[in-house]
Write a protein that binds this ligand. Structure first.
Ligand SMILES: Cc1ncc(COP(=O)(O)O)c(C=O)c1O
Length: 396
């Protein structure tokens, strides 16, 4: 009888350096009865199912040769045109080049594939989106963290590093309602950041995943709109349409987008045609304008419920971000408390969160944690906030 071979010796070096296992375990699911503030998924109530059914039926009936076929690598021409017009309408700049990607995450993967050799430096915010950290580490980059404060990336800290000789291939930034902190970079910092990066010849990779979920203040100008020559923007339809469509865009300087497209030719070759045509029909039909206000109001009311509970119940010395969009906040426990260690006590008390440490490229975040308020309804958010506060009070 033959025995099954063991393939574990086959894997590339990069397979062992991505990280993220700890977080995958944390996000794998929570026991019944536990209120989960963990997942960063959009709320399914925001998925526009009625319109989608009608659009899908129409596209399948009228244009199967387009919607069910392969597309050019950079996307269906009419879809690219629609996306370029949309960026111009929303951000005031017409892209030098724009391609359709299979989601925002793919854009980051294409940037790695096109630009990073082993040991190249990538600068990131500390903390940052875990998917990005894993992508950059998986590309065997040297990930260098630039500290943040309540207003996002500290531009002077980056300036010092650049003056000291740091030479990143690119700087990855999420300027609004950041994952994981919910923080937004103010206009003065945006202007200073693009000026600094231009001066040092550092490309900015701007991730605008949550930008259209602004429910507090009006969104600020994007980095790309401030410096289209020095910024590649990674966008996604996951939070404003639905993530199952796996659609996003990359906009930026010609020569960069061209190389991202060349990298895409080496992976899935094109984003799905059906999704591309659906997003185009949805957008041209004006449905973003009719649906987005409802989604924004849903997340705003969720935030009011969670914030209200935290204000009422959290002990002195606990602080959290007050986002003005998106669906994430970041909570800092008093020094000495360890969010990873408190996780089990929280689960026993019926509430789950994501400990902060995995979001840092460095050692930070022991007393920090991420809370998502997308999924639970208001009553559950109020209860979850109270349960979490009780856990913190007991730990103190
Ligand atoms: C900041 C950020 N960028 C990108 C993504 C990935 O988006 P997509 O679903 O389009 O790959 C996410 C998903 O949570 C995110 O939070």
């Amino acid at each position: 009888m033959s025995t099954r071979a063991d393939w574990t010796g086959l894997f590339a070096h990069r397979a062992g350096v991505r990280g993220g296992e700890e977080l995958a375990a944390i996000l794998a699911g929570v026991p019944d009865g536990v209120l989960a503030l963990t997942g960063g998924f959009p709320n399914p109530a925001t998925f526009p199912t009625d319109v989608l059914g009608e659009i899908a039926a129409r596209v399948l009936r009228d244009e199967p040769g387009l919607a069910l076929q392969y597309t050019p690598v950079g996307g269906i021409p009419s879809v690219r045109e629609y996306l370029a017009d949309r960026q111009e309408a929303l951000q005031g700049v017409s892209p030098e080049a724009l391609m359709v990607t299979s989601g925002g995450m793919e854009c980051l993967a294409l940037a790695c594939s096109a630009m990073l050799d082993q040991g190249d430096v990538v600068a990131v915010e500390g903390p940052t989106y875990l998917g990005a950290l894993m992508a950059f580490r998986g590309a065997e980059a040297d990930v260098v963290e630039i500290p943040m404060d309540e207003d996002g990336l500290i531009v002077e800290a980056l300036a010092e590093r650049l003056e000291d000789g740091l030479r990143p291939k690119f700087l990855y930034v999420i300027p609004e309602y950041q994952n994981p902190t919910g923080r937004t970079l103010p206009l003065e910092r945006r202007e200073a950041l693009v000026e600094l990066c231009r001066r040092h010849g550092v490309l900015i990779l701007e991730d605008v995943a949550y930008r259209e979920l602004a429910w507090g203040a009006e969104p600020l100008p994007t980095l790309w709109s401030l410096a289209p020559d020095a910024v590649v923007q990674a966008g996604t339809f996951s939070k404003v349409f639905f993530p199952g469509v796996r659609l996003g865009w990359a906009a930026g300087p010609d020569e960069v987008v061209e190389q991202l497209a060349a990298a895409k030719a080496n992976t899935d070759q094109c984003a799905g045609a059906l999704g591309q045509r659906m997003v185009e029909e949805y957008g041209r039909g004006g449905h973003f304008e009719t649906h987005l206000p409802t989604a924004r109001e849903l997340y705003a009311s969720h935030w009011r419920a969670l914030d209200g509970a935290l204000r009422a119940e959290m002990p002195e010395g606990v602080a959290w971000t007050e986002p003005t969009g998106g669906f994430l906040t970041w909570l800092r426990l008093p020094d000495g408390l360890d969010a990873m260690a408190l996780r089990d006590a929280a689960l026993d008390a019926g509430v789950a969160y994501v400990p902060g440490a995995p979001f840092y490229a460095s050692e930070g975040g022991a007393n920090e944690l991420r809370l998502s308020f997308s999924a639970l309804g208001e009553a559950d958010l109020t209860e979850a906030g109270a349960r979490l506060a009780a856990v913190v009070r007991t730990a103190l």
